[in-house]
Design a binder for this molecule. Structure first.
Ligand code: XMP
Length: 326
Protein backbone atom coordinates (compact mmCIF):
# COMPACT_ATOMS: atom_id res chain seq x y z
CA UNK A 1 0.00 0.00 0.00
CA UNK A 2 1.22 3.49 -0.82
CA UNK A 3 1.54 5.06 2.59
CA UNK A 4 1.44 8.50 1.04
CA UNK A 5 -2.03 7.91 -0.28
CA UNK A 6 -5.23 8.45 1.56
CA UNK A 7 -7.48 5.41 1.54
CA UNK A 8 -10.85 6.27 -0.01
CA UNK A 9 -12.60 4.74 3.00
CA UNK A 10 -10.62 6.77 5.49
CA UNK A 11 -13.03 8.54 7.80
CA UNK A 12 -12.67 12.31 7.83
CA UNK A 13 -11.83 13.60 11.27
CA UNK A 14 -14.69 15.97 11.95
CA UNK A 15 -15.45 15.43 15.64
CA UNK A 16 -13.66 15.36 18.96
CA UNK A 17 -14.36 11.62 19.27
CA UNK A 18 -12.80 10.85 15.91
CA UNK A 19 -9.86 13.08 16.78
CA UNK A 20 -9.36 11.27 20.10
CA UNK A 21 -9.33 7.94 18.29
CA UNK A 22 -6.77 9.22 15.78
CA UNK A 23 -4.63 10.66 18.58
CA UNK A 24 -4.62 7.34 20.48
CA UNK A 25 -3.68 5.41 17.35
CA UNK A 26 -0.94 7.88 16.48
CA UNK A 27 0.50 7.81 19.98
CA UNK A 28 0.89 4.03 19.69
CA UNK A 29 2.31 4.26 16.18
CA UNK A 30 4.75 7.03 17.18
CA UNK A 31 5.93 5.10 20.24
CA UNK A 32 6.45 2.00 18.08
CA UNK A 33 8.41 3.98 15.49
CA UNK A 34 10.50 6.09 17.86
CA UNK A 35 11.10 3.78 20.82
CA UNK A 36 13.45 5.53 23.22
CA UNK A 37 15.19 7.59 20.56
CA UNK A 38 15.08 11.35 19.93
CA UNK A 39 13.08 13.43 17.45
CA UNK A 40 13.77 16.92 16.20
CA UNK A 41 11.04 19.32 15.01
CA UNK A 42 11.15 22.81 13.52
CA UNK A 43 8.25 24.41 15.36
CA UNK A 44 7.04 27.58 13.67
CA UNK A 45 3.87 27.95 15.72
CA UNK A 46 1.69 27.41 12.67
CA UNK A 47 -1.14 24.93 13.08
CA UNK A 48 0.60 22.01 11.33
CA UNK A 49 3.88 22.02 13.24
CA UNK A 50 2.05 22.85 16.48
CA UNK A 51 -0.26 19.84 16.14
CA UNK A 52 2.71 17.58 15.36
CA UNK A 53 4.53 18.93 18.42
CA UNK A 54 1.51 18.40 20.68
CA UNK A 55 1.07 14.83 19.39
CA UNK A 56 4.73 14.01 19.89
CA UNK A 57 4.79 15.51 23.37
CA UNK A 58 1.95 13.15 24.27
CA UNK A 59 3.68 10.20 22.64
CA UNK A 60 7.34 10.59 23.60
CA UNK A 61 7.54 13.58 25.98
CA UNK A 62 10.99 15.09 26.20
CA UNK A 63 12.46 12.76 23.59
CA UNK A 64 11.06 15.46 21.30
CA UNK A 65 13.33 18.47 20.80
CA UNK A 66 11.52 21.47 19.27
CA UNK A 67 13.46 24.26 17.64
CA UNK A 68 11.67 27.58 17.18
CA UNK A 69 13.58 29.92 14.90
CA UNK A 70 12.57 33.56 15.26
CA UNK A 71 13.60 35.05 11.92
CA UNK A 72 12.21 38.46 12.77
CA UNK A 73 9.45 38.14 10.18
CA UNK A 74 6.80 36.65 12.44
CA UNK A 75 3.68 38.49 13.50
CA UNK A 76 3.45 40.36 16.75
CA UNK A 77 3.34 38.03 19.75
CA UNK A 78 4.02 34.82 17.84
CA UNK A 79 7.41 33.79 19.26
CA UNK A 80 6.14 34.62 22.77
CA UNK A 81 3.08 32.43 22.22
CA UNK A 82 5.19 29.47 21.06
CA UNK A 83 7.27 29.74 24.25
CA UNK A 84 4.20 30.13 26.47
CA UNK A 85 2.21 27.25 24.97
CA UNK A 86 4.98 24.75 24.37
CA UNK A 87 7.63 25.46 26.97
CA UNK A 88 5.51 26.78 29.85
CA UNK A 89 2.26 24.87 29.43
CA UNK A 90 3.06 21.66 27.56
CA UNK A 91 6.53 21.39 29.13
CA UNK A 92 8.16 20.76 25.78
CA UNK A 93 11.86 20.54 25.33
CA UNK A 94 12.04 23.78 23.32
CA UNK A 95 15.08 25.52 21.93
CA UNK A 96 14.32 29.15 21.07
CA UNK A 97 16.71 30.65 18.55
CA UNK A 98 16.77 34.42 18.24
CA UNK A 99 18.02 34.74 14.67
CA UNK A 100 16.46 38.14 13.99
CA UNK A 101 19.71 40.01 13.34
CA UNK A 102 21.08 37.22 11.16
CA UNK A 103 18.07 37.25 8.87
CA UNK A 104 17.70 41.01 8.71
CA UNK A 105 21.41 41.50 8.03
CA UNK A 106 21.27 38.95 5.18
CA UNK A 107 18.18 40.64 3.75
CA UNK A 108 19.54 44.18 3.97
CA UNK A 109 19.41 45.90 0.58
CA UNK A 110 17.72 42.95 -1.18
CA UNK A 111 14.62 44.18 -3.01
CA UNK A 112 13.78 41.36 -5.44
CA UNK A 113 10.93 39.23 -4.01
CA UNK A 114 12.17 35.79 -5.12
CA UNK A 115 15.68 36.60 -3.92
CA UNK A 116 14.22 37.56 -0.54
CA UNK A 117 12.32 34.25 -0.40
CA UNK A 118 15.48 32.29 -1.29
CA UNK A 119 17.56 34.06 1.37
CA UNK A 120 14.91 33.45 4.04
CA UNK A 121 14.53 29.76 3.08
CA UNK A 122 18.28 29.11 2.89
CA UNK A 123 19.07 30.95 6.12
CA UNK A 124 16.32 29.03 7.87
CA UNK A 125 17.89 25.71 6.87
CA UNK A 126 21.31 26.98 7.96
CA UNK A 127 20.09 28.05 11.41
CA UNK A 128 18.21 24.79 11.87
CA UNK A 129 21.24 22.79 10.74
CA UNK A 130 23.46 24.57 13.26
CA UNK A 131 21.04 23.74 16.04
CA UNK A 132 20.76 20.11 14.90
CA UNK A 133 24.56 19.79 14.96
CA UNK A 134 24.72 21.01 18.55
CA UNK A 135 22.48 18.14 19.60
CA UNK A 136 23.58 14.56 19.78
CA UNK A 137 21.68 11.33 19.37
CA UNK A 138 18.89 12.62 17.15
CA UNK A 139 17.47 9.89 14.89
CA UNK A 140 14.24 11.37 13.61
CA UNK A 141 13.00 14.56 12.02
CA UNK A 142 9.32 15.35 12.52
CA UNK A 143 7.52 17.47 9.94
CA UNK A 144 4.05 18.98 9.73
CA UNK A 145 3.48 17.73 6.20
CA UNK A 146 -0.25 17.58 5.42
CA UNK A 147 -2.12 15.90 2.55
CA UNK A 148 -2.35 18.96 0.27
CA UNK A 149 1.47 19.21 0.49
CA UNK A 150 1.69 15.64 -0.84
CA UNK A 151 -0.92 16.18 -3.53
CA UNK A 152 0.84 19.39 -4.52
CA UNK A 153 -2.49 20.64 -5.69
CA UNK A 154 -3.28 24.29 -5.52
CA UNK A 155 -0.86 26.99 -4.62
CA UNK A 156 0.74 25.37 -1.60
CA UNK A 157 4.07 27.09 -1.72
CA UNK A 158 7.38 26.13 -0.20
CA UNK A 159 6.77 25.72 3.49
CA UNK A 160 9.54 26.12 5.93
CA UNK A 161 10.29 22.47 5.64
CA UNK A 162 13.77 21.34 6.33
CA UNK A 163 14.13 19.14 3.28
CA UNK A 164 17.32 20.97 2.36
CA UNK A 165 19.43 19.61 5.21
CA UNK A 166 22.81 18.15 4.20
CA UNK A 167 23.15 14.38 3.72
CA UNK A 168 24.78 13.66 7.06
CA UNK A 169 21.71 15.16 8.73
CA UNK A 170 19.18 13.14 6.79
CA UNK A 171 17.13 11.80 9.67
CA UNK A 172 14.29 9.34 9.34
CA UNK A 173 11.06 11.28 8.87
CA UNK A 174 8.14 11.32 11.27
CA UNK A 175 5.04 12.75 9.59
CA UNK A 176 1.99 11.88 11.68
CA UNK A 177 -0.52 14.18 9.92
CA UNK A 178 0.58 13.68 6.33
CA UNK A 179 -2.73 12.12 5.26
CA UNK A 180 -4.91 14.79 6.82
CA UNK A 181 -6.58 17.83 5.35
CA UNK A 182 -6.30 21.19 7.05
CA UNK A 183 -9.77 21.10 8.62
CA UNK A 184 -8.93 17.73 10.19
CA UNK A 185 -5.65 19.08 11.54
CA UNK A 186 -7.61 21.90 13.17
CA UNK A 187 -9.99 19.42 14.86
CA UNK A 188 -6.93 17.58 16.17
CA UNK A 189 -5.38 20.81 17.42
CA UNK A 190 -8.54 21.77 19.24
CA UNK A 191 -8.82 18.28 20.78
CA UNK A 192 -5.18 18.42 21.84
CA UNK A 193 -6.00 21.63 23.73
CA UNK A 194 -4.06 24.12 21.61
CA UNK A 195 -5.33 27.72 21.81
CA UNK A 196 -7.90 28.83 19.24
CA UNK A 197 -5.69 31.54 17.78
CA UNK A 198 -3.12 28.87 16.96
CA UNK A 199 -5.65 26.31 15.69
CA UNK A 200 -7.74 28.64 13.54
CA UNK A 201 -4.89 30.80 12.34
CA UNK A 202 -5.22 32.23 8.87
CA UNK A 203 -2.59 31.02 6.36
CA UNK A 204 0.73 32.78 6.84
CA UNK A 205 3.49 32.44 4.26
CA UNK A 206 6.80 30.85 5.22
CA UNK A 207 8.73 34.06 4.42
CA UNK A 208 6.29 35.82 6.73
CA UNK A 209 6.22 39.58 6.91
CA UNK A 210 9.29 39.53 4.65
CA UNK A 211 7.08 39.52 1.53
CA UNK A 212 4.75 42.17 2.98
CA UNK A 213 7.50 44.66 3.75
CA UNK A 214 7.91 45.56 0.09
CA UNK A 215 11.32 45.96 -1.53
CA UNK A 216 14.43 45.98 0.63
CA UNK A 217 13.35 45.31 4.23
CA UNK A 218 14.26 47.92 6.80
CA UNK A 219 13.78 47.48 10.52
CA UNK A 220 11.67 50.60 10.97
CA UNK A 221 9.24 49.69 8.19
CA UNK A 222 9.10 46.08 9.40
CA UNK A 223 8.16 47.26 12.90
CA UNK A 224 5.49 49.59 11.48
CA UNK A 225 4.11 46.69 9.43
CA UNK A 226 4.05 44.37 12.44
CA UNK A 227 2.19 46.94 14.55
CA UNK A 228 -0.33 47.73 11.78
CA UNK A 229 -0.95 44.01 11.22
CA UNK A 230 -1.57 43.49 14.94
CA UNK A 231 -4.12 46.34 14.97
CA UNK A 232 -5.89 44.92 11.91
CA UNK A 233 -6.09 41.45 13.48
CA UNK A 234 -7.30 42.83 16.79
CA UNK A 235 -10.07 44.88 15.15
CA UNK A 236 -11.13 41.99 12.87
CA UNK A 237 -11.34 39.77 15.94
CA UNK A 238 -13.40 42.31 17.84
CA UNK A 239 -15.77 42.76 14.88
CA UNK A 240 -16.24 39.00 14.53
CA UNK A 241 -14.63 38.99 11.08
CA UNK A 242 -11.77 36.64 11.91
CA UNK A 243 -13.68 33.49 11.00
CA UNK A 244 -15.39 35.07 7.99
CA UNK A 245 -12.41 36.39 6.07
CA UNK A 246 -9.91 33.82 4.84
CA UNK A 247 -6.81 35.97 4.87
CA UNK A 248 -6.33 39.54 6.03
CA UNK A 249 -3.14 41.41 6.58
CA UNK A 250 -1.27 44.62 5.95
CA UNK A 251 1.47 45.52 3.51
CA UNK A 252 3.96 48.37 3.70
CA UNK A 253 5.44 49.88 0.53
CA UNK A 254 8.92 51.35 0.37
CA UNK A 255 7.89 54.90 -0.46
CA UNK A 256 6.41 57.77 1.46
CA UNK A 257 3.69 60.31 0.89
CA UNK A 258 3.04 63.76 2.27
CA UNK A 259 0.49 64.21 5.02
CA UNK A 260 -0.26 66.33 8.10
CA UNK A 261 0.05 65.17 11.66
CA UNK A 262 -0.56 67.39 14.68
CA UNK A 263 -0.69 70.41 12.38
CA UNK A 264 2.70 69.68 10.89
CA UNK A 265 3.70 68.36 7.49
CA UNK A 266 4.57 64.69 7.66
CA UNK A 267 6.37 62.58 5.08
CA UNK A 268 5.67 58.98 6.02
CA UNK A 269 4.77 55.52 4.71
CA UNK A 270 1.32 54.30 3.75
CA UNK A 271 -0.02 50.94 4.91
CA UNK A 272 -2.20 48.81 2.62
CA UNK A 273 -4.95 46.53 3.93
CA UNK A 274 -5.74 43.31 2.10
CA UNK A 275 -8.71 41.12 3.11
CA UNK A 276 -9.70 38.30 0.78
CA UNK A 277 -11.88 35.26 0.66
CA UNK A 278 -11.03 32.18 -1.37
CA UNK A 279 -11.59 28.44 -1.49
CA UNK A 280 -8.22 27.34 -2.74
CA UNK A 281 -6.08 30.50 -3.02
CA UNK A 282 -6.07 30.15 -6.85
CA UNK A 283 -8.66 32.89 -7.13
CA UNK A 284 -9.81 35.30 -4.46
CA UNK A 285 -12.59 37.80 -3.95
CA UNK A 286 -12.65 40.95 -1.88
CA UNK A 287 -14.55 40.76 1.33
CA UNK A 288 -16.76 43.82 1.81
CA UNK A 289 -15.75 45.21 5.18
CA UNK A 290 -18.12 47.74 6.77
CA UNK A 291 -16.74 51.28 6.46
CA UNK A 292 -17.06 51.86 10.20
CA UNK A 293 -14.69 49.02 10.92
CA UNK A 294 -12.27 50.17 8.22
CA UNK A 295 -12.51 53.72 9.60
CA UNK A 296 -11.62 52.53 13.09
CA UNK A 297 -8.65 50.55 11.77
CA UNK A 298 -7.40 53.53 9.73
CA UNK A 299 -7.73 55.80 12.75
CA UNK A 300 -5.79 53.42 14.98
CA UNK A 301 -3.03 52.72 12.46
CA UNK A 302 -2.30 56.38 11.63
CA UNK A 303 -2.35 57.36 15.31
CA UNK A 304 -0.65 54.35 16.88
CA UNK A 305 1.90 53.23 14.33
CA UNK A 306 5.10 55.22 14.14
CA UNK A 307 6.01 56.43 10.66
CA UNK A 308 2.63 55.84 9.00
CA UNK A 309 0.33 58.64 7.85
CA UNK A 310 -1.98 56.99 5.32
CA UNK A 311 -3.94 53.73 4.92
CA UNK A 312 -5.18 52.24 1.64
CA UNK A 313 -7.56 49.34 1.03
CA UNK A 314 -6.74 46.99 -1.83
CA UNK A 315 -9.94 46.19 -3.74
CA UNK A 316 -8.34 43.98 -6.38
CA UNK A 317 -9.56 40.39 -6.71
CA UNK A 318 -7.28 37.53 -7.82
CA UNK A 319 -6.91 37.56 -10.74
CA UNK A 320 -5.50 40.07 -11.47
CA UNK A 321 -3.86 40.74 -8.13
CA UNK A 322 -2.22 37.86 -6.29
CA UNK A 323 -3.09 37.63 -2.60
CA UNK A 324 0.39 38.72 -1.52
CA UNK A 325 2.01 41.76 -3.09
CA UNK A 326 5.38 40.12 -3.64
P1 XMP B 1 -0.59 34.42 -3.91
O1 XMP B 1 0.11 35.65 -3.45
O2 XMP B 1 0.21 33.63 -4.89
O3 XMP B 1 -0.75 33.52 -2.61
O4 XMP B 1 -1.98 34.70 -4.43
C1 XMP B 1 -1.55 32.36 -2.51
C2 XMP B 1 -1.40 31.83 -1.09
O5 XMP B 1 -0.06 31.39 -0.87
C3 XMP B 1 0.53 32.13 0.21
N1 XMP B 1 1.93 32.40 -0.15
C4 XMP B 1 2.98 31.73 0.35
N2 XMP B 1 3.05 30.73 1.27
N3 XMP B 1 5.41 30.70 1.05
C5 XMP B 1 4.27 30.24 1.62
O6 XMP B 1 4.35 29.35 2.48
C6 XMP B 1 5.43 31.71 0.13
O7 XMP B 1 6.47 32.11 -0.36
C7 XMP B 1 4.14 32.24 -0.24
N4 XMP B 1 3.75 33.22 -1.10
C8 XMP B 1 2.39 33.29 -1.02
C9 XMP B 1 -0.29 33.39 0.35
O8 XMP B 1 -0.21 33.94 1.66
C10 XMP B 1 -1.68 32.88 -0.01
O9 XMP B 1 -2.28 32.24 1.09
Amino acid sequence: MDNNKRDENMVRITTKELAEKFIDEQINALRAQIGDRKVLLALSGGVDSSVVAALLIKAVGDQLVCVHVNHGLLRKGEPEQVIKVFRDELKANLIYVDAVDRFLDKLAGVAEPEKKRKIIGAEFIRVFEEEARKLSGIDFLAQGTIYPDILESGPVKAHHNVGGLPDDLKFELVEPIKLLFKDEVRVLGKTLGLPDNMVYRQPFPGPGLGVRCLGAITRDRLEALREADAILREEFDKAGLAGKVWQYFTIIPDYKSVGVKDGLRSFEWPVIIRAVNTRDAMTATIEPIPYEILGKIVDRIVHEVKGVNRVLYDLTPKPTGTIEWE
